[in-house]
Ligand binder design. Sequence first.
Ligand SMILES: NC(=O)c1ccc[n+]([C@@H]2O[C@H](COP(=O)([O-])OP(=O)(O)OC[C@H]3O[C@@H](n4cnc5c(N)ncnc54)[C@H](O)[C@@H]3O)[C@@H](O)[C@H]2O)c1
Length: 343
Amino acid sequence: MNVLVTGGGGYIGLELCRQLLERGDTVRVVDRFFFGDAPLARLAEQSGATLTYVAGDVRELDPAWLEGVDAVSHLAGLSNDPTAEYNPEANWQMNAIATERLAEACKARGITRFVFGSSASLYDGIGPGMFDEQTAVQPRGAYSLSKKYAEDALLRLGDARFAPVVLRQGTVYGWSPRMRFDLVVNTFLKDAATVGKLYLHGGGWQWRPLVDVGDVARAHIACLRASADLVGGEIFNVMQENYQVRQLAMLVAGSLSLRGRVVTLEEAPLPKLVRDYRMSNLKLTQRLGFTPAVTVLESIDAMLQELPLDDVGWLANPRWYNIAWMSLLEEVHAAQRAFPTIY
Ligand SMILES: NC(=O)c1ccc[n+]([C@@H]2O[C@H](COP(=O)([O-])OP(=O)(O)OC[C@H]3O[C@@H](n4cnc5c(N)ncnc54)[C@H](O)[C@@H]3O)[C@@H](O)[C@H]2O)c1
């Protein structure tokens, strides 16, 4: 299968590309490479001609990207609340409008399968409960509003010729060659390794659905390959388990203490924006026979194989934190505009 992975240079995208290549699929990546293309270039080198990539912005769709493509996994865009709130208009154009346009272009070209990386954060703000794909969502922030618009646009396009699939991915954890340390488990691991202290805001009682990065990639592949009557026009929640934040802190602290590190947990006040929701992944299991299985504990162990605990200086690099990196890029661009001769 020839698969186009948008955002294939990102945290989830790289693992998805790796798994597709491992299966023998051919992969084309389109990515703006906000975080650089070095990990993807390494993967391309290992894979030979089966992975190609183009630097491009999904807001400026080039029909050539779709040539020879059988299916699309669409992951490109701003990928969390802080970056979406930083520039809501850019977020809307990237996450909502560009997704709709890309899907329309795929349909017009006869590319029938389009798997979309949406977000479980759509369930935030409803109140207590266990949510499934039937739940009426009430998105409130720029990020979730744009994901909801994209979901609705895709599902409207679905018919006998076009099978869009929406994956509401839980918060992801685990190791990827393009690492993110701004996701709850990964952040705890970084804090435990660098300062030995984890803060539990409001006691850390908040619930979050979580999933390993490898399992998210497996969910995309399952949906790329399943027959259209099973997945076309469907939404699937993708998570391994619902965890309370304090549970995650204890799992990280315990894993580090087994390696001789002292990690303390401390109470902290609740921030203004608190995310607290649970969801069910039953539909994914029942419809596709696939259940994300890599636990937080297993994933922490795998991350610790990659993370040199005796040299944690590199963790301070802003590249691993989306909002820190995007604000830095903005500053550099502003400086380039103000002082063109320096550059
Ligand atoms: N990581 C999570 O916990 C999580 C959870 C739910 C949903 N998601 C969604 O999954 C997708 C991938 O997330 P991720 O964690 O890999 O994020 P990421 O930020 O690591 O990757 C996103 C990639 O998209 C690229 N990109 C951004 N805007 C682009 C544009 N306009 N044109 C082309 N490329 C662009 C970036 O350069 C980056 O490589 C995102 O859509 C995100 O909203 C992620």
